[in-house]
Design a protein around this ligand. Sequence first.
Ligand code: SF4
Ligand code: SF4
Length: 152
Amino acid sequence: MGINELLRRIFLVDLFRGLKLTFSYQRPSAIYTEQYPLERPPVAERYRGAPRLNNHPESGETLCIACNLCSIACPENLIVVGWARTEDRKKRLTTFTYDLSRCMFCGLCEDACPVDALELTQDFEIAHYSREGMIWDRAALEEGPQPTRYTR
Ligand code: SF4
Ligand code: SF4
């Protein structure tokens, strides 16, 4: 071992070099950690997340005409549309079930909907503690995802 190497080891040169590199990344402009959930990360414009069954913005009536096309389009057969005939022989939506646990978010159901009633929103917080909680009924779908908003 040469004298230079010996001095380097005695004065912990490598350790201080490492520390210098580490602390050079402590400045705020070099921090890449996302402060989630305080700050929600932006998602891609075409991201497909939690589903929502849209209502008419003024009347509040469902936009869904119970045509069942979304259910037919779904390769996983996870959408069940319930309907009944009104007195004037029109189809009326009664129930709507969407099993999120089996969904692969391909968007085929959304594309098949002729009236834009079914929409895959940009909400990504769909984890749940039970399989049953992943099955959304009509009320949950109409209410849409309700993510908890955390504040500093
Ligand atoms: S996104 Fe795809 S898998 Fe999920 S319900 Fe729609 S069609 Fe089915
Ligand atoms: S959500 Fe759209 S495609 Fe599905 S039953 Fe309703 S209107 Fe038809």
